[in-house]
Design a protein around this ligand. Structure first.
Ligand code: FES
Ligand code: FES
Length: 83
């Protein structure tokens, strides 16, 4: 399994409306933290998730969370030279 690109070491804080979203797992999207199809040709797939009611979320930008698509603090454990 190859490693995802670390887009940022901090999560994206977003106010999301109800709906279905696709979080970028590969780190290559130009529309972070959401998938724009740039994972094509890689082994990564976007992670779909549903927001039931308007809410503030913190989506993982480092792509190493164990609770994808949400930040779980794993960005704090990344080595300094990974980004
Ligand atoms: Fe990253 Fe689609 S662009 S998962
Ligand atoms: Fe990835 Fe926090 S930004 S775990």
């Amino acid at each position: 399994m190859s490693e995802p690109v670390v887009y940022d070491r901090a999560p994206a804080e977003l106010d999301l409306e109800p709906g279905e979203y696709w979080w970028c797992a590969c780190g290559r999207s130009m529309t972070q933290p959401f998938c724009d199809g740039s994972h094509e040709g890689t082994e990564f797939e976007p992670v779909p998730f549903v927001i039931e009611e308007k809410s503030t979320v913190w989506l993982c930008n480092c792509k190493h969370s164990k609770d994808k698509p949400f930040c779980d603090g794993s960005h704090n454990d990344l080595p300094d030279d990974i980004f």
